[in-house]
Design a binder for this molecule. Structure first.
Ligand code: GRG
Length: 270
């Protein structure tokens, strides 16, 4: 199950890139490919496929959204590493996109990935109008109400308390995790599962960022959850959020894969 969902995502991304290779300027394509195929964990598309399975939506149906979500995630990482943002020289153990290709091409590679994500979404909705609400929700999560809004908070607020830093994390990191878990629930009509996935997604979305803070020893900076609330509190919150996620899934027998993923996220070491 695990391998086949990861392979489906990888194959779909590769197919899309192979189609586009002859159509894009070479250096721009190389920067996009360099970033997307570079040992990312593919957590978001994987979660989306598991969530689809949970609500009895086929992986074939939801795959275009999973691919678009991963493209959006990768664009956000390229832009996040730029000198005007976090100014990081490394990403996933190798030189960040702007260090490898220059700032202008990296900026454009991020823009192009975002545009490709939406092109891919429109193509999917054209052939399968059932996906329209899920596609619209994905756009909302990626935008100023979600991920971009969270990133903007980081650059526009100087002093954070726990409430504000929680909001930032839920938007910046949590929103795309919510998109992953909830998009399939917009396609099916099961209200009970929709509500459960909503609670589950908010909990693991925040948990994902907090765990990231704990894994990154430099994350005691003032604009991180760990920096604002301390290591002990952050670790307690990770445990508490894990419990909330498991409780949301408790009534459902067919949620073992989601439970396993939650376990993986709670115990991950990278
Ligand atoms: C620039 C619009 C814009 C948004 C950037 C997501 C984000 C917003 C910045 C990333 C900052 C960061 C590293 C946050 C920690 C949590 C996180 C999103 C880690 C990266 O996600 P993984 O671990 O990455 O799923 P891989 O490499 O596995 O794909």
């Amino acid at each position: 199950m695990i391998d086949s969902y990861l392979k489906k995502t990888e194959d779909a991304l590769r197919k899309l890139f192979d189609e586009k290779r002859p159509l894009y300027p070479e250096r721009l394509f190389s920067a996009m490919e360099y970033s997307v195929f570079s040992s990312g964990k593919r957590v978001r598309p994987y979660l989306m496929l598991l969530s689809a399975d949970f609500v009895d939506v086929s992986s074939e149906k939801i795959l275009p959204l999973a691919v678009s979500l991963e493209l959006i995630h990768n664009y956000s990482l390229i832009h996040d590493d730029l000198p005007c943002m976090d100014d990081d020289d490394f990403r996933r153990g190798k030189t960040s996109c702007h260090k490898a290709f220059g700032e202008a091409i990296a900026l454009l590679a991020g823009d192009a990935l975002l545009n490709l994500a939406y092109e891919n979404l429109f193509e999917a909705v054209k052939t399968d109008p059932d996906l329209i609400t899920a596609a619209s929700y994905l756009a909302k999560c990626a935008g100023a109400e979600g991920m971009i809004g969270g990133q903007a908070m980081e650059f526009s607020i100087d002093a954070f308390d726990e409430t504000l830093i929680t909001e930032l994390c839920m938007k910046k990191t949590g929103a795309l995790i919510c998109a992953a878990a909830l998009c399939p629930a917009f396609v099916c009509a099961d209200r009970e599962k929709f509500n459960a996935l909503g609670t589950f997604a908010s909990a693991i979305g925040l948990c994902f960022q907090l765990k990231d803070d704990l894994l990154d020893e430099n994350k005691s900076e003032p604009k991180s959850y760990l920096g604002v609330t301390g290591k002990e509190h952050t670790a307690d919150m990770v445990a508490k959020l894990g419990k909330i996620a498991f409780k949301a899934l408790e009534p459902f027998e067919n949620a073992d894969n989601l439970r396993n993923l939650t376990e993986f996220l709670l115990n991950r070491t990278k």
